[in-house]
Ligand binder design. Structure first.
Ligand code: HGY
Ligand code: MN
Ligand code: MN
Length: 427
């Protein structure tokens, strides 16, 4: 959705010159230093939201911001901002960034790239002597991934008003720790960082990100102009059976939560398969209680991640989950809880045009690409003109320790981001 700010359609000469000053080696070095926080043996990152590794990553980001003279601030959901003042410092800022938290078996680039590309863009602008007319703010949104605390995108949804702060603070991780308690530790560690009010209406938001899919690599393009984001619904299903002895309870007299849950997963999977190629269905979490080999499972708690680019199909598939779980309960109690429902969206054309024109002005090969992954930009889209810039993912692999993007592609994406941000901030 476009706001009041009328977007320029082409980057100016000064913005293009600033973009040419992007230092790919500096960006790469920062990404590798950031990846040390939560580094896994297999070369990935486990930096879940509001963990000690997340706190360390945020401190590193602030230290780089301080070197550039940027003013740090943090809001009540823990979104971290680094601000480059504008000549009119009261004007709505241009916002750019992504997230620093990761999946438990995440890679080095998902999220961190968008934050550090924005930092590189600001440093390149400073190097080119650009004084923005309006402030530029780099943002690291809290808990995008939603792996430790669900649902994700807590920072961007509370910022935009899509979710209530109190509801989000009450969410618990698998150990029973609330977001409120974990966030208090983060804010305590950042006691010297000035607090800011929640929300506000940016002039624009631009998020750079790795594609996490195969399209750009296959097409040999280094930049993707993101056209939109697929819809997503997230559920938790709880199946309550009856605990018993694996050797003594006759097969026909059991309420086995795993057998029932397996039937539910199969039934949902069959419905997705019948729908055709567009739907995506994942049960990434499946917890069994008591999880003992000779005990009939008394409880299963599993996740459902359902995605589709078509809003009507996503609604129908998601709505079918309650019925399919109920029909396959096999005598167990079943509870289906929907955590989030995000419709598919198309980013506004002016932002897409500006990103495309930025790539063209820099002679960086680009193409339109649709996002199967979710991003904080989806929530900013409803608040201000918003766009995304993708760079290729090797083999299309992400949410994996094998995630990889070539340094040259990362630099190209940061160049386009710089051209776009400098244009927006000087307009
Ligand atoms: O799952 C998603 O799409 C996001 O990357 N967390
Ligand atoms: Mn991400
Ligand atoms: Mn992710």
């Amino acid at each position: 959705m476009a706001g009041d700010f009328v977007l320029p359609q082409r980057p100016g000469a000064a913005a293009v010159a600033a973009a040419e000053g992007v230092d790919g080696d500096r960006l790469w070095a920062r990404l590798m230093e950031m990846a040390a926080h939560g580094a896994t043996e297999a070369g990935g990152v486990n930096r879940q939201a509001l963990s000690d590794a997340d706190i360390a990553a945020r401190a590193l980001l602030r230290s780089w911001g301080a070197e550039l003279g940027l003013e740090a601030s943090v809001d009540t959901i823990g979104n971290l901002f680094l601000r480059l003042p504008g000549k009119d410092d009261g004007a709505a800022p241009v916002l750019s960034g992504s997230h620093l938290d990761s999946q438990p078996t995440g890679g080095k680039f998902d999220g961190a790239y968008g934050v550090l590309a924005a930092l590189e863009a600001v440093e390149a602008m400073q190097g080119a002597g650009i004084e923005p007319a309006r402030p530029i703010e780099i943002v690291a949104w809290t808990n995008e991934e939603g792996s430790r605390f669900s649902p994700g995108m807590m920072g961007s949804t509370v910022f935009t008003g899509a979710r209530e702060l109190d509801t989000v603070l009450a969410a618990r991780d698998g150990e029973g720790t609330t977001v409120g308690a974990a966030l208090a530790r983060v804010l305590d560690a950042e006691g010297d960082v000035p607090k800011r009010q929640l929300g506000g209406r940016p002039a624009a938001f631009v998020e750079a990100h790795i594609e996490q899919g195969p399209v750009l690599e296959a097409a040999g393009k280094s930049v993707g102009v993101v056209t939109g984001i697929e819809g997503k619904r997230v559920f938790r299903v709880t199946v309550i059976g009856k605990m018993g002895h694996a050797g003594t309870v006759p097969q026909g007299e059991r309420q086995d939560a795993v057998i029932a849950a397996a039937a539910m997963v199969t039934a949902i999977g069959d419905a997705v398969a019948a729908d055709g190629r567009g739907a995506k269905f994942t049960v990434g979490m499946f917890n069994v209680h008591p999880n003992a080999p000779s005990v009939i499972p008394a409880k299963v708690h599993f996740s459902v991640d359902m995605r589709h680019a078509d809003a009507v199909k996503l609604s129908a598939l998601g709505d079918g989950i309650v019925r399919l779980c109920g029909e396959n309960g096999m005598g167990c109690e079943v509870d289906v809880n929907e955590l989030s429902h995000d419709a598919p969206l198309d980013f506004c054309q002016p932002m897409r045009s500006l990103i495309g024109a930025g790539s063209g002005a820099l002679a960086i090969p680009s193409m339109d690409v649709f996002s199967g992954a979710g991003h904080d930009a989806r929530h900013l889209h409803y608040l201000c003109p918003t766009g995304m810039i993708f760079v290729p993912s090797r083999g299309g692999i992400s949410h994996s320790e094998d995630e990889w993007t070539e340094p040259g592609h990362l630099a190209d994406g940061a160049r386009v981001l710089t051209a776009v941000l400098a244009t927006l901030a000087t307009a």
